[in-house]
Write a protein that binds this ligand. Structure first.
Ligand SMILES: Nc1ncnc2c1ncn2[C@@H]1O[C@H](COP(=O)(O)OP(=O)(O)O)[C@@H](O)[C@H]1O
Ligand SMILES: [Mg+2]
Length: 350
């Protein structure tokens, strides 16, 4: 598998809700924004020229305020929504041109979805909920039971096989949702605000379960959230939507260090920079050993503060995961890292 192995390619995707969407499309292509379009043509701009490459075996986060088009985008991937115009390639195959029969196959084999409100069958047991996707594929009963039982165990629900969803807490129900999505072995996992309804502690636990599973399974996960902390924790890449347009798509560190505009800056203004900025983002590149202690690229600023506090005058040598020297950190780098990017509009004078 090459480093940039693209599984899903979204090209010039537009979605306009309402009658006359084709005429409205021309207006949008001529530069009309969401508010004006609604006023002039009574159409809602859902997605505006989205271009996005999604890497195989990585977690692509889609972030944005409510109404920015996140759900509209993810629903295009399994064609719950038809585009007004544009192209979606999965494994180089244009999924817009699939016949209804091919589409059923495609949905069964390639994608599964985890929903915010769990969407479990209330009158089926945990076992039957998890095994449902397999049972409808005419897989032999003992085989799907075996498989479902394994996934139930993998998400930590041993012993709950014959419980009903209503007897479980929200966090446990979402574990069932996750087990159900994983049980079909689909390569792509779509998660639309899957953890947003959960309490903070449970939510953090679910994030850990997901990351743990991902280490082992290497799925391609499209994960929608409006929560930056979640995006930073989960995402290999983060795409940010605003009014149907994509304003940035980059790695988490890049989002923090170089927000594309004020909308993105606004998202990151309250984060604890010391805890999320990695050393590699602020170090001065060099291959020469410095006089002070040694630290790793993947550490966060806070870790380096601890290390440097013993002797702040000595630069810290930075190594990558292979033990090769890649940079150094001095106090000045830490100060630069703690500064919020300029475009944030926070003026501290004096
Ligand atoms: N079926 C629909 N008909 C009309 N407008 C819609 C429909 N679905 C979504 N929209 C509009 O499209 C925009 C994007 O919605 P959505 O994708 O649900 O946003 P998000 O998931 O980011 O909160 C919103 O303005 C929403 O009102
Ligand atoms: Mg949504």
């Amino acid at each position: 598998m090459s480093k940039n192995d693209i599984l899903i390619k979204i090209n010039q995707l537009y979605k306009i809700f309402g009658h006359n969407s084709i005429e409205a499309l021309d207006l949008v292509k001529d530069g009309m924004g969401k508010d004006e379009l609604l006023e002039k043509s009574n159409c809602v701009l859902g997605l505006n020229n989205i271009n996005l490459d999604i890497n195989r075996a990585k977690i692509q986060v889609i972030m944005g305020l409510s109404g920015s088009g996140k759900s509209t985008l993810i629903r295009h991937l399994n064609r719950l929504i038809e585009p007004t115009s544009g192209e979606i390639l999965v494994n180089n195959e244009d999924i817009i041109s699939l016949s209804p029969k091919q589409l059923v196959q495609f949905r069964q084999n390639n994608m599964s979805m985890v929903f915010q409100k769990f969407a479990l069958f209330p009158h089926k047991t945990v076992l039957h909920n998890v095994g449902y996707g397999l049972a409808i594929q005419n897989i032999a009963k003992d085989e799907w039971i075996e498989k479902a039982t394994r996934w139930i165990s993998r998400v930590g629900l041993d012993g709950y096989e014959f419980y009903y969803p209503g007897q479980l807490s929200g966090g446990m129900q979402q574990r069932v949702g996750l087990a159900r999505a994983l049980s079909t072995d689909a390569e792509i996992l779509l998660m639309d605000e899957a953890f947003s309804a959960l309490d903070p502690l449970i939510r953090s636990e679910m994030q850990n379960i997901l990351l743990d599973l991902q280490n082992e399974l290497h799925k391609t996960i499209i994960f929608i959230t409006h929560d930056l902390d979640e995006a930073l924790k989960i995402g290999d890449r983060i795409a940010i939507l605003k009014d149907g347009s994509m304003v940035q798509d980059s790695g988490p560190q890049e989002i923090i260090m170089n927000p594309a505009d004020d909308y993105v800056s606004d998202f990151i203004k309250d984060i604890n920079r010391a805890r999320v900025i990695e050393v590699r983002s602020i170090m001065t590149p060099t291959s020469t050993k410095s006089t002070g202690p040694v630290a790793q690229e993947s550490m966060v600023l806070e870790d380096i503060l601890q290390i440097m506090s013993k002797d702040p005058s000595k630069p810290v040598t930075i190594e990558n995961s292979k033990g090769k020297i890649t940079g150094k950190i001095e106090i000045g780098n830490l100060i630069e890292g703690m500064k919020r990017p300029k475009s944030q509009g926070t003026n501290i004078t004096g």
